[in-house]
Design a protein around this ligand. Sequence first.
Ligand SMILES: O=P(O)(O)O[C@@H]1C[C@H](O)[C@@H](CO)O1
Ligand SMILES: Nc1nc2[nH]cnc2c(=O)[nH]1
Length: 296
Amino acid sequence: MPMENGYNEVSGVVNGSKYSYEDVQRIAQSVLDRVKCRPHIGIICGSGLGGLAEVLGDKEIIQYEDIEGFPVSTVPGHAGRLVFGSLQGKQVVLMQGRAHLYEGYDVHKIILPVRVMKLMEVRILFVTNAAGGINQDFNVGDIMIIKDHFNMPGFAAVNPLVGPNDDRFGPRFPPASQCYSYRLRKLIQETGEKLGMKDFIQNGVYCFLGGPSFETVTECRFLKVAGVDATGMSTVPEVLVANHCGMEVCGISLITNKCVMDYDSKQVANHEEVLETGEKRAKDMQQLISTVVADL
Ligand SMILES: O=P(O)(O)O[C@@H]1C[C@H](O)[C@@H](CO)O1
Ligand SMILES: Nc1nc2[nH]cnc2c(=O)[nH]1
């Protein structure tokens, strides 16, 4: 029997989303009641990339802790605020920070903000993250347009769509082979080139891992053989849910560090380097996303 908290009495494992369609409707309405903005574009900012909020006009800000059910950010570089405002004349809602599995949040909780955005009538979603470069041709500071993903935790059914399906959100068995909009990928590429960013724009495959440990050398080598270009600890749950409910989605990874591929390397990944690279490329990421939004 499912219990009130969304856990299954027998197995003890999560049995579907704790938040019903009606719950999400109520939460979305309670957010809309607090702001004037009516966004059709959503942006999720990865580690150290929340600075985009600074360039929004007519900002209206709600802390996650003031929204029912929203996971509160516990990681440096994730402010934990929903920021509404105008970007290049378009109304947008921006998540300054996201939740991750490794913080202890259930995957259904992580994706609640995406469903709330959907019921606020957000139709286009930009998802950004900081990621480690598996592809050895990538440099620190490269911006990778995500063309596909590898949902590694999904192999063990860690997928936000596990559990009873509510068809009002989307179908029971959604396809996942076109999660990243071709139209938006091309637009980001062309925009990046026009802005003189060609030398540091890449296209590639993102792999989602649970974290919080960074990868071992063997794991990195495995990911390389599997066709992965960059790896991180987020994005895929949000993208799966956004696709499920019919949003047009694009993903952008900032390559903040090179994954260690050599057993004798003295290099180690660390969150400080991730934030530092985020800071160095912040302006370029902001310019790229703002210009794409202007052209939508
Ligand atoms: O939220 P994202 O995916 O950008 O954050 C990445 C993954 C970890 O949270 C953190 C590691 O430095 O950055
Ligand atoms: N898993 C993972 N996440 C990251 N986020 C930023 N860099 C990395 C990395 O090297 N590995």
